[in-house]
Design a binder for this molecule. Structure first.
Ligand code: NAD
Length: 495
């Protein structure tokens, strides 16, 4: 145990041990071995973190700062992330098994969230309402809401955090981050940069531990006003119901089972790359994974030949090598879950035409690797087509016309994303209009930006992150009425 890196939590601007004195092991998915110890915070630590966030929200320098000053701090944080991008990327590779190539690109992009929301901080304006009442002046102002709990999933900790923390702090709130117990190291390292940027103590806190312990304690704490959650749909629904008891605000970014639809007039080589990027990039561990490939029957065979040929070339192995294309599954339970879903696909009658088992390749060592897996003969009613696997497992489904493609595309409980591959503009517009998804990509896949709204239809979530409106999720509007009348009219009649 002694060689493991032992982390502390960041609460009230200080590095603290968990009150329980207990730690959780954090594993390197490439070696399958623990490398760090993460504090196992519990209810006591949740109370401490919320108290720090509440104090920072109500007193001290933070509430006195104007929006321009808050924006400047956020931009400084962006600069610090940019300066530390390589170090943070390497840490994520070790703790999370993410590819270094993807992490370098992601960490170099994340500063944009802090620049964007830093810039937006002092551009949030209320309005003067043209009053219908005589001698009355009425205006609105947007105000921060209070201490917010930000809960993130394990797949892209700092990116998911940026979606939340940028608008949360730009709006003038304070935050308690509860990262996934499987991948907390980068969030703790990130806290050092927040401190270095000069945010007052308690404005940003990181409380680590299990969801059912410290996560639950944070969501139920009466002084928390909002929960911004990214994770699975079952947990999200539980968090929503728990938070509802105190009428807390909730935004939810949940799972998906996104259709990637290829029409017969698509540029096949592009669409094949899009299919691969949709399901095998990030080892399929992305909420927007294009895990259902819908193929027009006319192009089915040539498309599958090309898809299999490309997928077979995917280089697996050490995620710290720039050459690697498919890394390990991030957690042991997730690795087991992906393999269980492969069995569910086989037992359910689908045909496994690629992979279908744990990777036995020498370059994968002791890591938690699953071979890129493709199922054909999939019916959309099968579990493999309905449930989120969150791994490199693709279900291929044939369709005969646009109507059927849309029907199958929408026939899941989720509605996070969708892909459409066609050269016909009319078809592209018609189909994107009818797909029930928060994001639809045409002739591309997996594009996200700080300036474009992101979120789910149906059971994929509530509310939106990114883009100008995201900040409204962290603000409340106040309507102020000022009478300019010389006297007070009849007090028994509503004005
Ligand atoms: P999860 O639901 O198991 O956990 C998510 C977070 O919730 C973790 O930090 C966990 O500790 C915490 N948690 C668990 N129980 C809790 C409770 N009772 N109270 C408070 N917090 C609790 O999800 P996961 O396995 O970490 O992540 C994978 C899921 O996340 C997938 O379904 C994926 O689609 C989804 N996801 C969605 C998006 C999006 O933006 N829509 C992005 C990334 C991941």
């Amino acid at each position: 145990m002694s060689e493991l890196v032992k982390h502390k939590m960041f609460i009230g601007g200080e590095w603290v041990e968990p009150s329980s004195g207990e730690y959780l092991e954090s594993f390197n998915p490439f070696t399958g071995k623990p490398w760090a110890l993460i504090p196992r915070g519990k209810a006591e630590d949740a109370k401490r973190a919320v108290a720090a966030a509440k104090q920072a929200f109500t007193s001290g320098p933070w509430p006195k700062m104007n929006a321009t000053q808050r924006g400047a701090l956020l931009r400084k944080l962006g600069d610090l992330i940019a300066a530390n991008a390589e170090r943070l990327a390497q840490l994520e590779v070790r703790d999370n098994g993410k590819l270094i190539a993807e992490m370098l690109a992601q960490l170099r992009y994340i500063p944009q969230w802090y620049y964007y929301f830093g810039g937006l901080a002092d551009k949030i304006q209320g309005s003067v309402i043209p009053s219908d009442k005589p001698d009355m002046f009425n205006y609105t102002r947007y105000e921060p809401i209070g201490p917010c709990v930000l809960i993130t999933a394990w797949n892209s900790p700092l990116l998911l955090l940026a979606y939340k923390l940028g608008p949360c702090l730009a709006a003038g709130n304070t935050a308690i981050l509860k990262p996934s117990e499987f991948t907390s190291a980068s969030s703790l390292e990130f806290a050092k940069l927040v401190h270095e940027a000069g945010f007052p103590p308690g404005v940003f806190n990181v409380a680590t531990g299990l969801g059912a312990e410290i996560g639950e304690a944070l969501v139920t704490h009466p002084d928390v006003v909002k929960v911004a959650f990214t994770g699975g749909s079952v947990t999200g629904s539980h968090v929503y119901q728990t938070a509802a008891k105190d009428l807390k605000r909730v935004t939810l970014e949940l799972g998906g089972k996104s259709p990637n639809i290829v029409f017969e007039d698509a540029v096949i080589d592009d669409a094949v790359k899009g299919a691969v990027s949709g399901i095998f990039a990030a080892t399929g561990q992305t909420c927007v994974a294009g895990s259902r490939l819908l193929l027009h029957e006319k192009i089915y065979e040539p498309f599958m030949d090309k898809l299999l040929a490309l997928a077979k070339t995917a280089r697996m192995g050490d995620p710290s090598s720039m050459e690697t294309q498919v890394g390990p599954v991030t957690t042991r339970p997730q690795y087991e879950k992906v393999l269980r879903y492969i069995d569910i696909g086989k037992d359910g009658g689908a045909t496994c035409v690629l992979g279908g088992h744990a990777a036995q390749r020498q370059e994968c060592g002791e890591g938690w690797f699953v071979e890129p897996t493709i199922f054909t003969d999939v019916k959309n009613s099968m579990r493999i087509a309905q449930e989120e696997v969150f791994g490199p497992v693709l279900s291929v489904i044939k369709f005969k016309d646009d109507e059927e493609a849309i029907e199958i595309g929408n026939d899941v409980v989720f509605g996070l994303a969708a892909g459409v591959w066609t050269q016909n503009v009319r078809r592209a517009i018609k189909v994107t209009e009818r797909l029930q998804a928060g994001t639809v990509w045409v002739n591309t896949y997996r594009a996200v930006s700080f300036m474009s709204p992101f979120g789910g239809y149906k059971r994929s979530g509530l509310g939106r992150e990114n883009g100008q409106d995201a900040i409204k999720e962290y603000l409340q509007v106040k309507s102020v009425w000022i009478s300019t009348a010389a006297d007070v009219p009849n007090p028994f009649v509503m004005r």
